[in-house]
Design a protein around this ligand. Structure first.
Ligand SMILES: NC(=O)c1ccc[n+]([C@@H]2O[C@H](COP(=O)([O-])OP(=O)(O)OC[C@H]3O[C@@H](n4cnc5c(N)ncnc54)[C@H](OP(=O)(O)O)[C@@H]3O)[C@@H](O)[C@H]2O)c1
Length: 332
């Protein structure tokens, strides 16, 4: 129980506490070096957030206690996210912003990041992720002649030029992670991957922790993203979670996110609704006992919600639960 409490305190502290920098507003080269701090435990996701709504969602979140926004160039809404950040009262040094290099930009990360920074109206990012271990020539034709290790080299240069404090990866299989670890001079700070109660991958989460990488859990609310077609009923109607939420005097999203935090992942729930944005922060005050954590572990369904591998003709998630099933010959 003492260990559980300690974990919770560490996570709760990391939400609100970024080590203060001494530069006036966290801008410029010196500020990047000085404003060191760990990634806040909870952030606001922005995938599929409509342009008209995400500015307010980002501003509202930051004025309500969030200090972390998860963005990406491919979400097509970074300009509006940037407007929300600018309107919020948080100082740059107290804010964590992640964005991602899209597949079509593997050969020119510097140019892509410049565009992202311009749209977000920031001078630097906290974390820049390689969105997928897959390069595209254009559209979605795979560029097999661009190894991820070369993209990584170019991303390392972005840290050296102070355009981002950290770099990381997203949606990598173990062999992809190993390929980067074998060559990195600046190694991944974090891996953002799909994980939630229906795709727990606890071993993979722990594998990262053992290698000094943070795990950022995307789609932390399992199948609540309406884009997903998992074949499972909504987690909001899952009797196990109904009971668990009742036991904790919480809502189901709060109970689910609290588990994500307590197992050592950073969670980035997306919402454009004020009440959900506020509600999700409530996860920070829920603590599970060991027995409850074991009960939740037994609920794993090993169902992956986000897998564009077949569409792209690429085998993804090899060695993990629910990898891309290669096409049969009669499907080719
Ligand atoms: N790296 C990657 O490849 C990758 C892939 C997927 C996602 N992500 C990141 O992870 C973030 C989160 O994942 P996600 O957007 O897939 O799914 P999610 O955050 O697990 O779920 C989002 C859905 O849940 C709803 N919701 C949020 N809080 C709620 C609450 N308290 N009660 C009821 N409904 C609630 C939202 O509704 P409303 O929006 O209608 O309010 C939205 O429909 C993304 O936005 C993105 O930033 C990254």
């Amino acid at each position: 129980m003492a260990k559980v409490m300690l974990n919770y305190l560490l996570l709760a502290t990391s939400l609100l506490l970024l080590l203060p920098g001494t530069a006036a507003d966290g801008h410029g080269q010196d500020a990047i070096v000085e404003s060191r701090g760990d990634i806040p435990a909870i952030g606001l996701g922005t995938w599929l957030s409509p342009k008209k709504e995400v500015k307010h969602a980002a501003q509202y979140a930051l004025d309500t206690g969030y200090t972390h926004i998860d963005a990406a160039r491919v979400y097509g809404n970074e300009r509006q996210v940037g407007k929300g950040i600018k309107k919020a009262s948080l100082k740059r040094k107290d804010l964590w912003v992640t964005s991602k290099l899209w597949n079509t930009d593997h050969r020119h990360p510097e140019r892509a990041l410049r565009k992202t920074l311009k749209d977000l109206k920031l001078e630097y990012l906290d974390l820049y992720l390689m969105h997928w271990p897959v390069a595209f020539k254009d559209g979605s034709t795979v560029d097999t002649r661009r190894p991820i290790t070369e993209t990584w080299r170019d991303m390392e240069a972005l840290v050296k030029s102070n355009k981002t404090r950290y770099i990381g990866i997203s949606n990598f299989a173990p062999a992809d992670v190993d390929a980067i670890l074998a060559v990195c001079e600046i190694c991944p700070y974090a891996h953002e991957l799909e994980t939630h109660p229906y795709l727990q991958q606890q071993e993979y989460v722990d594998w990262h922790t053992a290698r000094g990488m943070r795990v950022i859990a995307y789609s932390p609310l399992a199948n609540l993203n309406p884009h997903y077609d998992s074949g499972l009923p909504s987690i909001l109607h899952d009797p196990f979670w109904e009971q668990m939420a009742e036991n904790k005097n919480a809502t189901i999203p709060q109970a689910v996110l609290a588990w994500g935090l307590q197992r050592g992942t950073v969670v980035i729930p997306k919402s454009v609704h004020e009440e959900y944005i506020r509600e999700n922060l409530g996860a920070l005050s829920i603590v599970y006992g060991e027995e409850e954590m074991m009960q939740i572990a037994a609920q794993d369904r090993k169902v992956r919600m986000n897998n564009p591998g077949r569409e792209w003709g690429v085998d993804l998630f090899d060695g993990l639960d629910d990898p891309t099933v290669p096409k049969r010959e009669d499907e080719l």
